[in-house]
Design a protein around this ligand. Structure first.
Ligand code: FCB
Length: 419
């Protein structure tokens, strides 16, 4: 039974209530991707986990979409796996394209409008072997895949995300070494990757719009929110601003990433999870003289991040300057304890609602994620889902947060704040 929500915090008509996933994290048997190979190197993934069958979404997508429909979702964000569609350079697998036609068709039949991501971290092995996104002209190698997808599946998709989180992808792979290709402190590599991803975004934007002028195309940008630990302290303020600048920087243009991206986007996709207080610390030259802290008094997710939903409002208000529609393309928490998620959801959605009242044109909220899944270098340990998946039987069981989300989605509203 889904209780009715009666309250005045209504969302705009047509607001999208949804979840987000990425192919590699849910499909299973994604054997032709650089992640598959990376997972097999010792010490890469927490506890020696490998994605393996993941949650077998490749075969169980009908059942999974039915659960989302029950959860009153009206949209779903998913990614198409490049390494399946183009297993060797220039060779496209029509069977896989047909598979994704079935997936997208099924979504639509279940009343979920697809938001399709073209690149969500994983690459074909042949592309990675040639230097991946750090190689000159990488964006030109990406483009035939984009064109083929648009040609064959474009009639089923009106919302597109070109690339997921260029800043996180480049930093994890070329600075921290925790994702493929596992490089550390490779600043030149980072630079090249960010530059090529920007070109990849722009080329993909053009390719989609040429064929589908009415489609809405954007990029999912990760915004980790940084706040001066001592607001009156100028050094803390500089540290926080520098952090923001680094996160938003897009090297080809030498300008704020978001400004450049916004110029070739119909909307801005915001992935926002958490943030930190930053404090200048002369004793930490190795960390750019900065210490990062969680704000005291807030719950902490299993990721170690503070659960402080009002940062969502701040991040959304920061996007107002671009005068574009915004989708929250990801937001969620790693929490084994679903009660934390049940507290988080109304709070974070309340902040989205508040940002809308202040004039940010937010059109949808994509919760990360529907089912607990393969969380990259953290393996299966981190649980972001509103639906639990039994690791042995793969049986799906919606958590209480799932029914809660359904109430809000059905009402297109939140209860009164005090309720
Ligand atoms: C984001 C990724 C997504 C997932 C969440 C927890 O950075 O886009 O794939 O891993 O974090």
């Amino acid at each position: 039974m889904i209780a009715r929500v009666t309250g005045s915090r209504s969302f705009p008509p047509g607001f999208l209530w949804a979840n987000a996933t990425a192919a590699h994290q849910v499909e299973g048997n994604n054997t032709n991707s650089d992640w598959w190979a990376f997972e097999r190197q010792q010490g890469r993934i927490h506890g020696g986990d490998v994605s393996g069958l993941a949650v077998d979404h490749y075969n169980r997508y009908r059942e999974d979409f039915a659960l989302l429909r029950k959860q009153r979702n009206n949209s779903h964000r998913l990614s198409i796996e490049w390494s399946r569609v183009e297993p060797s350079r220039g060779e496209f697998d029509s069977r896989q394209l047909r598979h994704y036609r079935d997936v997208l068709g099924e979504l639509r039949e279940q009343g979920l409008s697809p938001m399709l991501t073209l690149h969500h971290f994983s690459n074909p092995l042949w592309f990675a072997a040639k230097g991946g996104w750090a190689a000159p002209g990488a964006h030109e190698v990406f483009l035939p895949f984009v064109r083929r997808v648009v040609e064959e599946l474009g009639d089923l998709v009106s919302l597109w995300v070109t690339i997921n989180e260029p800043n996180i992808y480049a930093t994890q792979g070329w600075i921290f070494g925790s994702w493929p290709p596992g490089r550390r402190n490779d600043i030149r590599g980072l630079w090249r990757v960010l530059g090529n991803l920007r070109l990849g975004h722009e080329a993909a934007y053009q390719a989609i719009k040429e064929r589908l002028p009415d489609a809405a195309v954007g990029l999912a940008h990760n915004k980790f929110w940084l706040v001066p630990a001592r607001p009156g302290n100028p050094l803390d303020r500089v540290a926080a601003q520098t952090g923001h600048r680094m996160m938003d920087f897009w090297p080809v243009a030498g300008r704020r990433m978001l400004r450049t991206v916004a110029a070739s986007s119909d909307f801005i996709g915001l992935n926002h999870y958490s943030g930190r207080l930053v404090r200048f610390d002369p004793l930490r030259p190795g960390s750019q003289f900065v210490r990062q802290l969680n704000p005291p008094g807030y719950p902490v997710s299993d990721f170690g991040d503070a659960v402080k939903p009002d940062w969502m409002r701040d991040a959304l208000l920061d996007l107002k300057q671009f005068s574009k529609p915004v989708y929250v393309t990801e937001s969620g928490i790693a929490a084994e304890d679903d009660e934390l998620r049940q507290r988080f959801l109304p709070e974070v959605l309340g902040e989205v609602w508040a940002a809308i009242q202040k004039g940010v044109d937010v059109r949808g909220f994509y919760h990360w994620t529907s089912m607990d899944n393969f969380e990259w270098a953290h393996g299966y340990r981190m649980k972001f889902g509103m639906i639990a998946v039994d690791p042995k039987t793969l049986e799906r069981t919606p958590k209480p947060s799932s029914a809660l989300f359904a109430r809000f989605a059905q009402a297109n509203a939140l209860p009164e704040a005090a309720e």
